[in-house]
Design a protein around this ligand. Structure first.
Ligand SMILES: C[S@@+](CC[C@H](N)C(=O)[O-])C[C@H]1O[C@@H](n2cnc3c(N)ncnc32)[C@H](O)[C@@H]1O
Length: 433
């Protein structure tokens, strides 16, 4: 087997090892010159990532089958190679000889696992013969208890399996148009679906940079759920708006394209570089500020503030199936504390009657509903302001008791789901829109 045929698979096993053994997030692992995909061709990079995410989405089922043939998990490199071969043969229906030979080659090339080549060959062949029958009727992969518990407690037992199914199904690519008035044109040019909230959903998984309108900067990639917080602010044309925790800038671009004067604050200069590149591509302007948002002291308070706080990102598991594994056991109390401090800072940067949107791409109420409840308790005059959900294309039953909006991956099942998110429109004083 040629080393070219092995390269993407070897990288996929290294990614799996990083996530499952070292508890690293794929996004962290895949940047930089030491990344497992650094030396691969663009096609092999995409293939390695797609295989690794595929294995992670089906890990429970894959391991259940491998456990039939393994007395105990073998050395990690051998285990990752077997997981990958099982995924290829059963989920992707790759020809058995290619997948089995690749697994054997990967293990042979390892000083620590080379002696297990025979075992890997024997187990992979068994999986090829008997696996398809065992693969039938797989239930969606279960979420770990640290995530399943708060979901069932807050949203009900019955929502867990649909959320798990949505995670396993993965996510389509959604776009936000710079000019919403061109929806019909881009629905046709991209063969896209116009979603109820105005985002466009692409069919399949095309190479985004090759699509019509990318070079011209007519749109950017943004999950439909992530496009809603900026729209909750209503008409921002001509207003001074502060985007806190702004990079890579999906919401900055939305507000700038609606005519707002946007100041975008982020603590990461590398991520602000990405925001700058994104703004350049779409031909929009914003004032970029490289600073800790809790310390930012503007000369003048803003008409509106959007705070998309750093969070567990558990609402994005459809696209990041590594997250439940990499974040298992991680202490998030510092993050929860930061979210509260960011809300307090945002309120201090806002005009007395201005609006603050607080949002997180999280499924944990601790980072959404609870943060808002705590903020209301800390700030006597703070209120959740009403929002016309129907105008935004949102099902009004998704509104929470506190007046915020809870979005879940199992919503829009026929359209392909959405990211999990929580968002609320806050205002000081009695006045409401
Ligand atoms: C959820 S992401 C923001 C996504 C962005 N709003 C968008 O729509 O593209 C969270 C961001 O918060 C930034 N961040 C984390 N802590 C921060 C802090 N103390 N001050 C400012 N930015 C912070 C991170 O660098 C990251 O870019």
């Amino acid at each position: 087997m040629s080393s070219k045929a092995i390269a993407a698979r070897l990288a996929a096993t290294q990614i799996l090892h990083g996530v499952l053994f070292d508890k690293r997030l794929m996004a962290e692992m895949l940047s930089g010159s030491k990344s497992p995909i650094a030396r691969l061709s663009p096609a092999d990079r995409a293939r390695a990532q797609s295989m690794a995410t595929g294995v992670l989405r089906h890990l429970e089922g894959i391991d259940a089958i491998l456990n039939v043939y393994l007395e105990r998990p073998p050395q990690p490199r051998a285990m990752q190679a077997l997981r990958l071969a099982t995924y290829e043969m059963l989920a992707e229906q790759t020809a058995a000889h290619g997948a089995v030979n690749a697994a054997v080659e990967i293990v042979r090339g390892s000083a620590k696992a080379g002696h297990l080549a025979g075992l890997v060959n024997a187990v992979a062949r068994k999986v090829a013969d008997e696996g398809p029958a065992l693969w039938q009727d797989q239930k969606p992969q279960k979420l770990p208890s640290w995530l399943a518990r708060p979901i069932t407690k807050n949203f009900g037992k019955e929502v867990l399996t649909p959320i798990e199914a949505a995670h396993q199904a993965g996510a389509a690519i959604d776009l936000t148009l710079k000019d919403q008035g061109r929806s019909d044109e881009f629905v046709e040019r991209l063969n896209a679906t116009l979603l109820p909230t105005g985002s466009l959903r692409l069919p399949g998984r095309p190479q985004v940079s090759a699509l019509p309108g990318f070079v011209e900067g007519d749109w950017w990639v943004q999950d439909a759920a992530a496009a809603l917080p900026a729209r909750m602010l209503g008409d921002v044309d001509g207003k001074n708006v502060l985007d806190l925790c702004a990079a890579p800038g999906g919401k900055t671009m939305q507000m700038a394209s609606s005519g707002a004067w946007v100041s975008a604050v982020d603590i990461s200069d590398a991520r602000l570089d990405r925001l700058r590149e994104n703004l350049e591509r779409v031909g929009l302007r914003a004032h970029l500020i490289d600073e800790d948002a809790t310390r930012f002291e503007p000369d003048e308070p803003f008409d509106a503030v959007l705070l998309d706080a750093p969070c567990s990102a558990t609402g994005t598991i459809r696209r990041h199936p590594d997250l439940p594994f990499a974040k298992a056991g991680v202490d998030m109390s510092g993050l929860f504390d930061l979210q509260a401090r960011l809300i307090d800072a945002a309120l201090s940067q806002l005009k007395p009657d201005g609006y603050l949107v607080y949002c997180t791409c999280s499924l944990l109420p601790r980072e959404g509903e609870r943060q808002v409840a705590d903020a209301l308790a800390r700030h006597e005059n703070l209120r959740v302001a009403p929002v016309d959900w129907v105008t935004l294309g949102v099902d009004p039953t998704w509104q929470t008791a506190d007046g915020g909006l809870r979005l879940r991956p199992d919503y829009w099942p026929d359209l392909g789901g959405m990211d999990g998110f929580y968002m609320a429109l806050l205002q000081n004083g009695e006045k409401a829109r």
